[in-house]
Design a protein around this ligand. Structure first.
Ligand code: AHR
Length: 809
């Protein structure tokens, strides 16, 4: 905080004008004037606080703000309307007009409850000419020192913003220089052995149509109109029906469903056929085995012959089988198909003859899934994740975890059990979740790749950007966003769900109903769950804190061994970050989940971000981060900045315990968010250069950090932030792992010396990423050699990331 000095030739008091744009865009703005006539905008005309109410776009508006200051304590209080004519209002306060406390939302008839206690300095409702526009707002007298402080604050922000706009191509054009890295082999500290993990969210078709190997789209006829805002989906989406060669409407029924959670099914009339082309076509490989299954029951007198065919794009039948459906009750039919040829755009067709049949859960899976699990994961994609060597997996979101409105909160119980009984869920990324990839499969995947599971559950509040009101909503607009939270009289049930999850993962099937369910699904042994995330970058508000504390108290009391991971908002600063950290500290949490998607310049200028973090407070899980450039592409530049930033994270691996880049997966043609770590389509996997950075860190981790000194012949600040290093001692062998980043456009001649270690004879395994910083396709290049000198000399290529594992032979 600033303590502004007022010099003799400055006015003692001036006018402060507070206002918002008439259309509610932006938030509270400020201007000042010595005479209440000529106004100068503060904060470069940007708002000083924005409304965080409801979804983006039509909400998050600020109309008719009224800013006042209490006389007794000098605190600022602002109320505003959330819409032009609705009755929703917001309140926020601030000690200094710079830091703002959490916002509160309420109906206008409750305004008196939010009025500041005690006298306030007088304000006057006026019109003021700000720039070229006349704005309506409130003016009041304030000491000039306040304005001076605000100007300094805004200047500081502008300076930081300029730093964060720095890009490699314009700032780091330095003349070549030399570096000497001295590794102090006797000076070490223990760091986390779980530093690199992955965050899996069903975004960008990451699960259905992605990692989940099911080849039939909308297999259960449960797509619903609300799933996709643009396309008006329905139970017949992705299916076509034919009678002879004529297109007909697909008959969907709900009278005698397979399961209450799966109410729709198709009626396959005799003489008709239904076809599904999967997610952008079904990929089949000649000679491979595919598991086919469906549920059927006869829907008319007599038996129905259902002929199932796998068909290539050219109409050629690649495999075919017949099933007799004669029972009045639902029955599961299964078989294995082996296509006679390769096809990338195949479809599956079911044709009925004899009598009508009801069909549901029409499923086709490669037998060759990751680890050959039934209901498993796409082998190539899962292997690409395993190759990162992640130490943990956070799932199922992100925003998907806390959902769009209370009814969209991801309920883990709806994602386990027999597939036909799972509850499909609207995906807030504008599609549909079958939840065939559910909690059981997530736990199984973690076990299969040797990673700790880190499930994230909503903190009793949905996403702050929710566009759906809570089901206990009031008539007024304040029911949007997270503010209603789960009603208090339903919290016990919600908390029980959280506790049941721990039982599901770790309990004893002999005594726990939930553990029995896990055993019935094929995993009698516990999954050994150690972490649980509560909340996802929520607004740290009263409703959040109340519910979070209730959940955390219950978990701590019943399962003190479980590490609770809290949340501190979506940014590296601001209200949710500050209050989130205070709250997490009050709650005595072991870990909090920080998120920030930032510019390359932010990463370059914040390598020391964690150096000053208080080690006695909760530790950090950097759960979502990535470098973003305009256009949101993943390039060598973004990858190098992430690599550079991670040197600082490794250095602080005693306080940062875990990190995960986000988002992880994106299917081409179905991408809601960029950049992502791995792009894919039905036949190809396309890891980004950021993927290789993660992989190099994941595959070259260790829990002993070795201090080192990097001396550069160029002593400028630019040089200091352009060459970075981090050194670890290997976990399993007598080795040192060196990670070196050169952001400059020139080679850096680097001398490497290890205190008291003669490197002569050490084997060096070296991997390097380098090239054009705009390239989206840089791949690692590996080499192996034996060091023949006591120290090492290495040319760090321009714009490069080098990892060397030095192994004593
Ligand atoms: O990673 C994409 C989204 O970013 C996550 O769902 C959310 O947590 C964050 O806002």
């Amino acid at each position: 905080m600033f303590t502004p000095q007022v010099s003799a030739n400055q006015p003692d008091s001036v006018y402060l004008f507070s206002y918002a744009e008439a259309n509610g865009a932006g938030g509270l703005k400020l201007a000042w004037s010595p005479d209440a006539q000529n106004w100068t905008q503060l904060n470069s005309g940007n708002s000083v606080v924005n409304s965080d109410f409801g979804p983006w776009g039509r909400m998050k508006k600020c109309f008719r703000p009224h800013l006042v200051q209490t006389v007794s304590d000098g605190k600022w209080h602002c109320t505003w309307h959330l819409s032009a004519d609705g009755d929703g209002m917001a309140y926020v306060d601030s000690p200094d007009l710079m830091y703002w406390n959490p916002q509160l939302y309420f109906p206008a008839d409750k305004l008196s409850s939010y009025a500041p206690k005690g006298a306030v300095h007088p304000t006057k409702h006026i019109d003021a000419k700000i720039g070229s526009k006349t704005q309506t707002g409130y003016s009041q007298r304030v000491p000039y020192s306040l304005i001076e402080g605000l100007i300094r604050f805004s200047d500081q922000r502008a300076y930081r913003a300029a730093q964060y706009d720095e890009r490699l191509q314009d700032v780091y054009a330095l003349a070549p220089f030399e570096a000497t890295l001295t590794v102090h082999t006797d000076s070490t500290k223990t760091i986390s052995d779980k530093l690199i993990g992955i965050f899996f969210e069903d975004i960008n078709y990451g699960a259905d149509g992605g990692l989940y190997a099911e080849l039939v789209q909308n297999r259960d006829f449960e797509y619903a109109p609300g799933d996709n805002h643009h396309a008006k989906w329905s139970p017949s989406t992705a299916w076509t029906a034919l009678s002879g060669s004529d297109s007909v409407a697909l008959s969907i029924d709900t009278i005698l469903p397979l399961h209450a959670n799966n109410p729709h099914y198709a009626l396959l009339h005799a003489g008709t056929a239904i076809t599904n082309a999967g997610y952008d076509g079904i990929v089949l490989r000649k000679g491979e085995r595919y598991r086919f299954s469906f549920f059927g029951r006869s829907a008319a007198k007599g038996a129905s012959d259902v002929e199932v065919s796998l068909i290539g794009k050219d109409g050629k039948v690649l495999a075919q089988k017949k099933f007799k459906v004669s029972s009045k009750n639902w029955k599961k039919f299964s078989s294995t198909f082996v296509p006679s040829a390769d096809a990338d755009q195949a479809s599956i067709r079911l044709a009925a003859s004899g009598a009508d049949a009801a069909v549901d859960m029409i499923s086709l899976f490669p037998v060759n899934t990751f680890k050959n699990r039934e209901n498993g994961l796409r082998a190539d994609l899962a292997q690409t994740l395993a190759d990162l060597h992640p130490r943990f997996v956070r799932f199922p979101g992100g925003c998907v975890a806390h959902g769009d409105g209370i009814d969209n909160i991801y309920d883990w119980k709806g994602s386990v059990g027999p597939l036909e009984s799972r509850k499909p869920l609207r995906n807030l990324w504008n599609y549909h979740q079958t939840r065939g990839l559910g909690y059981f499969e997530y736990f199984q995947f973690c076990e299969d790749i040797g990673a700790e599971p880190l499930p994230v559950l909503a903190a009793g509040v949905p996403c702050q950007n929710s566009g759906t009101p809570g089901h206990h909503s009031h008539d007024h607009v304040t029911s949007y966003g997270q503010q209603d939270g789960i009603p208090m009289d339903e919290m016990d049930e919600y908390i029980q769900d959280v506790l049941d999850l721990i039982e599901y993962a770790n309990g004893d099937p002999r005594t726990s109903r939930w553990a029995r369910m896990r055993a019935e699904a094929g995993h009698p042994k516990p999954f050994n769950l150690k972490y649980i995330g509560i909340g996802n970058e929520d607004m740290i508000t009263e409703p959040f804190e109340k519910r979070f504390a209730m959940i955390a108290d219950a978990v701590k009391a019943r399962y003190p061994e479980i590490k609770i991971v809290g949340t501190v908002g979506p940014f590296y600063e601001g209200t949710d970050y500050t209050r989130g950290w205070e709250f997490a500290t009050e709650q005595n949490l072991p870990l909090v989940d920080e998120h920030y998607y930032v510019s390359p310049g932010w990463m370059i200028n914040n390598n020391h971000f964690y150096d000053s973090y208080d080690r006695s407070k909760p530790h950090v899980y950097l759960g979502e981060y990535a470098a973003h450039i305009p256009g949101r592409h993943s390039t060598l530049e973004t990858a190098l900045c992430e690599a550079a930033y991670l040197t600082g994270v490794e250095r602080n691996g005693d306080v940062v315990e875990m990190t995960s880049y986000a988002p992880l997966l994106a299917k081409e043609g179905h991408t809601q968010w960029r950049p992502d770590l791995i792009y894919f389509n039905n036949t190809e996997i396309k890891p980004t250069t950021s993927y290789f950075v993660q992989q190099l860190y994941g595959q070259n981790s260790g829990n002993t950090y070795v201090n080192s000194t990097l001396e550069l012949s160029d002593k400028s600040a630019y040089a200091a932030k352009s060459v970075l290093a981090s050194v670890l001692h290997g976990e399993t062998e007598d080795s040192y792992i060196l990670k070196l980043v050169n952001l400059t456009p020139a080679e850096v001649d680097t001398h490497i010396n290890l205190d008291n270690v003669n490197l002569n004879g050490y084997r060096a395994l070296q991997t390097q990423l380098s090239g054009d910083i705009a390239s989206k396709d840089v791949k690692p290049v590996s080499s192996e050699y034996t060091v023949t000198t006591p120290g090492m000399k290495l040319n760090l290529p321009a714009r490069s990331f080098t990892v060397i594992r030095l192994i004593k032979q």
